[in-house]
Design a protein around this ligand. Structure first.
Ligand code: C2G
Length: 221
């Protein structure tokens, strides 16, 4: 994980679907925030995803709210389409750079020609929303819910000891009151045993997620 360098930029933009938020997304947002004072995140709308033939498990509203409650994100906006909107946003928010994962290399070259500063960051390997959806078919899955930071280290050890990554789908629910994203990322980077992280304000959100996953598993059979 890159050492925290003095922020190069004042305002940076990044865009994504951020469906079933996972540590690849967290890592990208952490590295974006490492480069700027203000991070603005554009969340792709369901309509725009449809246009890109991309189906997301969570609605635009859920994905938007999720990103919006992350302490490292300073502003959340909807992304309606990239070809027109990105240049407009760059001007509107007086951005100094747009940062994306390197799976988008080449797509944005025309913006570079128009003088926009585009930065690509290495994509996190070993995790993707597609893999997570696939893995949801796993028979066994566990929820680890954490409301206080103190015990979190113990829970990491418990996950490490008890989880067999291959046949187990594990979800870590972390209260938003806990501000420990760096530590969380370190933990995942070391063990890669957690498939999905879920930040919550209210425990009811986790129960909702459980119900939704049960429903989805039934659906997928
Ligand atoms: N990402 C990553 N590592 C992963 C998965 C995603 O670094 N394992 C990065 C992607 O490169 C992207 C961001 O996280 O920069 C969001 O990824 P997605 O939610 O998959 O969104 P994407 O389809 O890349 O959306 O119009 C542009 C789109 O909105 C980009």
């Amino acid at each position: 994980m890159e050492k925290k360098t003095p922020n190069k930029y004042n305002i940076c933009l990044t865009y994504g679907t951020f469906d079933m938020f996972h540590f690849g997304h967290l890592s990208l947002l952490l590295r974006c925030k490492n480069q700027c004072d203000q991070l603005i995140v554009g969340v792709a709308t369901d309509k725009y995803n449809k246009f890109k033939n991309k189906e997301s498990f969570q609605s635009e509203n859920q994905r938007f709210n999720f990103i919006n409650m992350l302490p490292l994100v300073d502003k959340t906006i909807y992304e309606h389409n990239f070809s027109i909107q990105w240049k407009k946003d760059y001007k509107k928010y007086k951005a100094n750079a747009i940062i994306m994962g390197d799976d988008h290399v080449g797509e944005l070259d025309y913006l570079i020609k128009e003088g926009l500063n585009i930065i690509y960051l290495k994509r996190t390997t070993g995790i993707s929303t597609t893999d997570i959806k696939e893995k949801l078919k796993c028979k066994k899955y566990s929820f680890f819910i954490q409301e206080k930071w103190i015990e979190t280290k113990n829970i990491f050890n418990r996950i490490n000891k008890n989880i067999n990554k291959n046949d187990h789908f594990s979800i870590l629910g972390i209260s938003n009151k806990i501000e420990a994203h760096y530590e969380l990322y370190q933990f995942w980077n070391n063990s890669k045993k957690v498939d999905l992280i879920f930040f919550f304000d209210d425990i009811e959100e986790i129960n909702l997620l459980k119900r939704k996953i049960n429903y989805w598993k039934k659906l997928k059979g």
